[in-house]
Unconditional design. Structure first.
Length: 301
């Protein structure tokens, strides 16, 4: 099987591990920088060129598309789909999950619980929106933020109003979420592959911090999850249409709450914390499921 990996940096841990796992399973693999691809879009012979040569005969594509290049990266992935190449995660599913507000609305529509989330456009609506969230403390998030960047904990009503007014004044898109105090700065990252949680870890924020992202200095450790948490994680990934996803859960007094669904979860933290061969699991999933012209969403939103 010939497998392509859309990644801007072949030296990244996740990319290297996927290359190693693919080669260990006897597959040909090529790392492709999506921003170096250019496309011939037509009805008869759609094609993708890369560094002066046509990319041909791929059986599957693994998208590792960074948030900052979502638009162009998913356009390249969509072109591969048009050419009949099997995508590990489809372009439509990736764009769904990258839109924080849209993903929350889709999860809510499927009855999947999450922190109470508010969204508004005008400063005059801030007081009522805070009341809907049971008041401070609240977590304020930039919709375009990643890895904990653009996330603020407002502990008082005055602080929340000031931050929200500032963001709105900058024309930034923000959402306000209920702060889950009983989570105590920790969340659960579930790595979903297909119909199962392949590995899970607990991420703990450092002292004085509420964001548990490993990029923000959080620590990771193996954790045993409950059957309910396992089921919620798989349902959340399926709601987005993702075959592989990192689903972040908070443990609350009312059960597991979905915080985010990540379409390109990093492998380093979870492989080292759990000792699980996640990259090998992803390649095994492709071996079982890759078929030409097997894109399911067919352009559906």
């Amino acid at each position: 099987m010939k497998i392509g990996i859309l990644s801007r940096n072949a030296k990244l841990y996740s990319t290297r591990r996927l290359v190693e796992a693919a080669k260990a399973a006897g597959h040909e693999v090529q790392v492709i920088d999506a921003l170096r691809c250019y496309m011939n879009i037509n009805a008869r012979t759609p094609s993708i060129h890369y560094k002066g040569e046509a990319l041909e005969d791929f059986d599957a594509i693994i998208p590792r598309i960074g948030a900052s290049v979502t638009f162009y990266g998913t356009a390249v992935l969509r072109q591969f789909e048009t050419m009949g190449v099997y995508p590990l995660n489809e372009s439509v599913a990736i764009t769904r999950s990258r839109d924080k507000l849209r993903s929350m609305q889709l999860l809510a529509g499927k009855g999947i619980d999450m922190p109470i989330t508010g969204f508004a456009n005008k400063p005059g609506d801030i007081p009522d929106m805070l009341d809907m969230n049971s008041g401070p403390p609240v977590v304020i998030k930039l919709l375009e933020g990643t890895q904990g960047i653009g996330v603020v904990l407002a502990e008082t009503r005055k602080a929340a109003e000031s931050v929200l007014q500032a963001f709105m004044g900058l024309k930034a898109n923000i959402m306000v979420q209920e702060y889950i105090d009983e989570a105590k700065g920790a969340d659960i990252r579930c790595l979903v592959i297909g119909d199962r949680v392949w590995a899970s870890m607990k991420r703990q924020a450092p002292d004085g911090e509420f964001r548990s992202n490993l990029h923000r200095g959080g620590s990771a450790a193996l954790v045993r999850i409950t059957p309910e948490e396992r089921a919620v994680a798989v349902r959340a990934a399926k709601t987005m249409g993702l075959n592989v996803a990192g689903v972040d859960l908070l443990r609350s007094s009312r059960g597991p709450l979905v915080l985010e669904v990540n379409s390109s979860p990093g492998l380093e933290g979870i492989e080292k914390a759990t000792g699980k061969d996640v990259a090998g699991g992803i390649i095994a999933f492709i071996e079982k499921n890759a078929r030409a012209n097997r894109t399911r969403t067919r352009g559906k939103g």
